[in-house]
Design a protein around this ligand. Structure first.
Ligand code: ADP
Ligand code: 6PG
Length: 373
C-alpha cells in the first residue's frame, strides 16, 4: 500500500511493542495499512550476529541491542524526513530502550501488546521458519519492563482478536491526534490572546511622579468621589420624589449630566497621569529600539497636538457660552466647558513631559514605559 504524506501535525508516530509472540509484526502491519502510515519492522534491522545469537537461544544483551536501536532511530527519522507517519514493530522491552527511541522522536506513542507467558510460548512455537526459539520467551518476559505510566502509552490485551486489536489501536491513535491538534489549537489561541493582551494594555507606569503628582491625584480623586456621590444622590432623590411623592427635582437631570461631563474629563486626566489609559503596541513592538522611540515620540507629539487643539476648541466654546445659562437650573454653561479645557491642557502637558521622559530614560525603561495611543 502506498503511504500518504502525513498531514497530522501531532501524534503521528507509533511503536507497537511487546515480547516475542505478542503479535507486534502482524498487528502493527495491519494498523499501518489501516492508517496509511509507513510500516517499519525492527526485526529487519538486527545485525546478522544478533539473529544468530537468538537462533542459538542466547538472549540479547543491552550492548547487542545498542546499534540495533540506533538503526531504528535512523529509520524513524528517515520516515519523518520523508513526511510520513509510521508504525514501528519493536519489542522495546526495557524503559531505557524506549527512552532511546523517544529521544530520537519526541512524543513517540507506544502500544503495549500485553500477553501472558503461555499464549506467547504457544504462538512462538506455532510460528514456522522464524529464528526466535520458544526457549527465549522466558528471557523476554524477564527483560520486559512494562511501560504503564510512561507518556503516550496504551496497554492492550494481546489475546483479543486481531480485528479488535487493530480497531482499538486505530481509535486510540485518532483520539490522541485529535486531542493533540485541539490542544495545539488551544495553545495557539492562548498565545494569540496573550499577544492581543500585550498589544492592547494599560500603560505600565505613571507619566510623572512627585509632589505635584500627589497633589494632583488627591485633587482629582476627591473631585471624582464628590461628583460620583452627587450624581447618585441627585438621581436617587429624583426617583424617590417622583415615584413616592409624585413630585420631582427638575434640576436633577441637568446637574447630574454636568457632573458626568466633569467626571469623564477629570477621569481622563487622572488616568493619563497614572499611565492607565489603554494603549495598542502590536505594530510598534515589532520595530527595533530606536525606531520604537521615534514611533513613541511621534505618538506623544500627536497626543500633545490633538489635546491642544481640543483645548483651543473648548476655549472657543467658553468664550461663546460666556453669559449663557442652562435652561432648567440656570448655571452658566461655561461650567460644562471648563473641565474639557482643563483636562485637555493637562493632557497636552503630560504628553510633553512623557516626550521628555522618553529621551531621558534608558532604552529599557523607555520600552516598558512607552505608550502608543
Ligand atoms: N490477536 C491474535 N490472535 C491470534 N493470533 C495472533 C494474534 N496476533 C498475532 N497472532 C499470531 O501470533 C504469532 C506471532 O505474531 P507476530 O506478529 O509474529 O508477533 P511478534 O512480532 O510480537 O513476535 C503469529 O503466528 C500471528 O499470526
Ligand atoms: O530485543 C530483543 O530481544 C528482540 O528484538 C526480540 O524482542 C524480538 O522479539 C526478536 O527480534 C524476535 O522477533 P519477534 O519479536 O518478531 O518474535
Amino acid at each position: 500500500m502506498q503511504q500518504q504524506p502525513c498531514a497530522l501535525p501531532a501524534r503521528t508516530t507509533l511503536v507497537v511493542m511487546g515480547v516475542s509472540g505478542s503479535g507486534k509484526s502482524e498487528i502493527s502491519q495491519a494498523v499501518a495499512t489501516a492508517l496509511g502510515w509507513r510500516h517499519i519492522e525492527a526485526d529487519h534491522f538486527h545485525p546478522p550476529e544478533n539473529v544468530e545469537r537468538m537462533r542459538a537461544g542466547i538472549p540479547l544483551s543491552d550492548e547487542d541491542r545498542r546499534h540495533w536501536l540506533d538503526a531504528l532511530c535512523e529509520q524513524m527519522l528517515a520516515a519523518q524526513a520523508a513526511g510520513e507517519c509510521f508504525v514501528l514493530a519493536c519489542s522495546a522491552l526495557k524503559r531505557a530502550y524506549r527512552e532511546r527511541l523517544r529521544q530520537a522522536v519526541p512524543g513517540l506513542q507506544f502500544v503495549h501488546l500485553d500477553i501472558d507467558h503461555a499464549t506467547a510460548v504457544q504462538r512462538v512455537g506455532a510460528r514456522p521458519g522464524h529464528f526466535m526459539p520458544t526457549s527465549l520467551v522466558d528471557s523476554q518476559f524477564a527483560t520486559l519492563e512494562k511501560p504503564a505510566g510512561e507518556p503516550y502509552v496504551r496497554v492492550v490485551d494481546a489475546q483479543q482478536s486481531r480485528q479488535a486489536l487493530v480497531a482499538d489501536i486505530q481509535a486510540w491513535v485518532r483520539r490522541e491526534a485529535t486531542e493533540a491538534v485541539s490542544s495545539q489549537a488551544q495553545d495557539m489561541l492562548d498565545s494569540e490572546i496573550d499577544s492581543a493582551n500585550q498589544a492592547a494594555q494599560l500603560g505600565a507606569e505613571p507619566i510623572y511622579e512627585g509632589r505635584i503628582a500627589r497633589m494632583f491625584d488627591r485633587l482629582t480623586d476627591g473631585l471624582m468621589a464628590v461628583l460620583m456621590a452627587f450624581m447618585v444622590v441627585a438621581v436617587f432623590t429624583n426617583v424617590v420624589l417622583r415615584y413616592a411623592f409624585g413630585t420631582g427635582w427638575p434640576g436633577a437631570e441637568e446637574l447630574s449630566r454636568l457632573a458626568f461631563v466633569w467626571l469623564v474629563f477629570v477621569g481622563v486626566a487622572s488616568g493619563m497621569r497614572r499611565g492607565e489609559l489603554m494603549t495598542f503596541r502590536m505594530i510598534r513592538d515589532r520595530f527595533p529600539l530606536l525606531a520604537q522611540r521615534l514611533v513613541d515620540s511621534l505618538s506623544w507629539i500627536l497626543v500633545a497636538g490633538a489635546s491642544l487643539l481640543s483645548a483651543l476648541g473648548a476655549w472657543n466654546q467658553v468664550q461663546f457660552g460666556w453669559g449663557n445659562v442652562s435652561t432648567v437650573v440656570g448655571y452658566p454653561v461655561v461650567l460644562a466647558m471648563l473641565p474639557v479645557l482643563a483636562s485637555m491642557l493637562v493632557l497636552a502637558i503630560l504628553a510633553v513631559v512623557q516626550l521628555v521622559n522618553l529621551w531621558r530614560r534608558t532604552p529599557q525603561a523607555t520600552l516598558t514605559q512607552a505608550h502608543v495611543e
